[in-house]
Ligand binder design. Structure first.
Ligand SMILES: C[S@@+](CC[C@H](N)C(=O)[O-])C[C@H]1O[C@@H](n2cnc3c(N)ncnc32)[C@H](O)[C@@H]1O
Length: 630
């Protein structure tokens, strides 16, 4: 494997980013556990599956889920929902969105605000920037830096950067302090970038000599070759690209599959290792717990070059381009109310709301034009691959016209209640309030929020990162299988889909939306899958599943499997093997024995293959980023 020298900080940053940091569970899980709601609901299916999964899980997993329940009870929103359920069970049974909106109007969620303020230790929501607070956070960062806790220091500096006023020297000093962390970590490109940011943001002239010395040292270190950016093995697109959609391989099409709806279809044979898609997100939501760690526009996990929204203290972007686009397409509709929006539990549907405002931007903020378009184009399906992907309006059409199945009544009603609260918060925003005027337009807003909430839930291909939710234009065509023939690699918002079992022309291309079944406990699997709100009909799960046929049909393990496996292990364990040899050997073995193999050994092989691919992809994304800085 290729080891990236001097990237220890980023490796630890990555582990920090994926660790459970503030809350014991992801909010997406909490969304699932919101089925406390069960007591008032007609259908008990979801609750029963939770209880079953609890019963089936081991002690450690029970503990983990118990924490999820506890976290759920701590959410500021929980008592408010329970009170509403007690007061108006009928309203929840009918699920009428206008009735839910009226309820929220009549019973403003003041208790939610109070509980939230108490939890975050502030007496004001959506506070303005404040240099005093920025200086305090910077001091806290300095203390951590002094103890060589670089990650802790970076997070404090990022927070300080957010709080500092745009014309203050506090902003410049925080950037300069971030450069010191990178200098000490031998990350000279990032140190230089932060020195530049410090200069552009009022770094005080009296401190210039200190910064100049650091800058000179960085340049000397880079010139002396001390810092080498290694070449990583790029498993880029190894196939010809689709002419109009370059991120997609030629030979990938769409088809209708009974009970799945649309899906991705192979128009030619594919072999193990073929990269069929490399895509960035169309829509992003960064969970509030990671607001100082990831770009709110492209979802890149990024603690080193983030710049703040110039107006609020809760949103950061990885560069000026993301800031400009993020502002135009989404943040200008939420800047100033972000704190209140953050207070509401976030499900996988949240990017749907971002979507609504992205759409409005495409209609030049004309609510009437958007309403007319929506009236004329309902969800009657489309061929996503025929759209023009460079045209932002076509991207809007892609999700707007997608034919999606309804959500189950209890999930839908719960989400609608959350939407009713979000709706009121959005209308408090001066821009939103001034664009949506009159009953017609406001009803349209509420209904569009509802529609895109369903769309985003249905178009989700899984929660790849505990603290971020993304929507992908092309990948959202892929259906789920518990025994998928393709695998999604994820790094910093980017995804790559790689074939992991030979695919024949005409076959459906499926990925897993979460954990691969059989590799995790049933409890974990159901908790993960519960958020998608569909009953899986893949060959493994469906009644009369073809899995049974598969096992019957499975040929006896080929006699040479074990001898081939020994050769493979020799290649993998040989210190002199290069990454490409290892990966090629693995691919060949998986391709050769995909249709006839001893199950246990083969599953291990697949896991190893996926792990190596994932590591390579993470290195690839990271090195791309470093190279962009040069
Ligand atoms: C990301 S979309 C996939 C494309 C979708 N079939 C379409 O027509 O646009 C996910 C939705 O497809 C359906 N789906 C995907 N995998 C499925 C499976 N294994 N079993 C049943 N439905 C599935 C569900 O309705 C799910 O919410």
């Amino acid at each position: 494997m290729v080891n990236l020298p001097n990237l220890h900080v980023f490796c630890s940053i990555r582990s920090l980013i994926s660790s459970r940091f503030y809350w014991p569970v992801g909010i997406q899980d909490l969304h699932f556990f919101s089925i406390e709601f069960k007591r008032y609901s007609q259908s008990r299916t979801m609750f029963q599956s939770t209880v079953m999964s609890f019963a089936l899980s081991n002690e450690a997993e029970q503990q983990e889920n118990a924490e999820a329940y506890e976290a759920y009870s701590l959410l500021p929103m929980t008592p408010y929902i329970h009170k509403a359920l007690e007061r108006c069970p009928e309203m929840f049974r009918s699920g009428d969105i206008f009735a839910l909106r009226d309820y929220v109007r009549q019973h403003p969620p003041q208790m939610v605000y109070d509980r939230y303020k108490e939890q975050v230790g502030r007496d004001e929501l959506d506070p303005p920037k404040c240099n005093e607070r920025a200086a305090k956070l910077r001091q806290e960062g300095n203390t951590l830096y002094g103890k060589k806790d670089y990650l802790g220091a970076l997070l404090k500096y990022n927070e300080s950067i957010c709080w500092a006023c745009g014309d203050s020297e506090d902003l410049g000093i925080a950037f300069a302090n971030r450069s010191a962390v990178y200098y000490d970590s031998k990350e000279y490109e990032f140190a230089l970038l932060n020195i530049r940011l410090a200069r552009q943001n009022n770094y005080p002239a009296r401190l210039f000599p200190k910064l100049e010395v650091r800058e000179l040292n960085c340049r000397m270190k880079i010139e002396s070759g001390e810092r080498v950016i290694p070449e990583v093995l790029k498993k880029g697109m190894n196939l010809e690209s689709n002419l109009s959609i370059p991120c997609l391989a030629k030979g990938v099409g769409t088809g209708e599959f009974p009970r799945y709806g649309r899906g991705m279809k192979a128009e030619q044979d594919f072999k193990v290792g073929d990269v069929i898609l490399r895509e960035g997100p169309a829509m992003v939501n960064v969970d509030t717990r990671r607001k100082f760690q990831a770009c709110h526009h492209c979802a890149s996990d990024n603690v080193y070059s983030l710049i703040p929204c110039p107006h609020c203290v809760f949103v950061m972007y990885c560069n000026e381009e993301c800031l400009t686009n993020g502002w135009k397409e989404c943040h200008r509709f939420e800047c100033g109310i972000k704190d209140r929006l953050n207070m509401v539990p976030h499900g996988i549907f949240i990017p749907g709301l971002t979507w609504l405002f992205y759409g409005l931007t495409q209609f030049n903020d004309s609510v009437d034009d958007m309403m007319n378009y929506c009236k004329e184009n309902d969800r009657n399906g489309n061929d996503p691959l025929s759209l023009e992907y460079t045209n932002p309006l076509d991207i809007f059409k892609l999700f707007h016209t997608a034919k999606v199945k309804l959500l189950s009544p209890q999930v839908h009603t719960y989400n609608r209640f959350i939407l009713a609260i979000l709706y009121d918060i959005y209308l408090e925003h001066p821009l939103v309030g001034s664009l949506f005027v009159g009953e017609n337009q406001r009803n349209f807003l509420l209904q569009a929020m509802d529609d895109y909430m369903t769309m985003a839930t249905r178009m989700s291909i899984g929660v790849r990162h505990e603290y971020k939710t993304e929507l992908y234009s092309i990948a959202s065509l892929c259906n789920h299988s518990c025994n998928p023939n393709a695998h999604v690699l994820y790094s910093s918002g980017q995804i790559k889909i790689v074939v992991v079992s030979p695919i024949q022309k005409g076959e459906q291309i499926c990925i897993s939306y979460g954990y691969v079944k059989d590799e995790v406990s049933d409890a974990r699997f159901f908790a993960q899958m519960g958020v998608f709100d569909f009953t899986c009909i893949c060959q493994v799960c469906a009644p009369n599943s073809s899995q049974k046929k598969l096992s019957k049909n499975r040929r006896q393990p080929h006699h040479s499997f074990h001898s081939d496996l020994r050769v493979l292990n020799e290649i993998i364990e040989n210190e002199n093997s290069i990454a490409s040899d290892r990966i090629n050997a693995l691919q060949q073995l998986i391709q050769r024995y995909a249709k006839g193999h001893p199950p246990g050994e083969y599953a291990k092989l697949l896991r190893k293959y996926r792990t190596i691919l994932q590591k390579l992809f993470e290195d690839e994304v990271l090195v791309e980023l470093i190279k962009k800085l040069n």
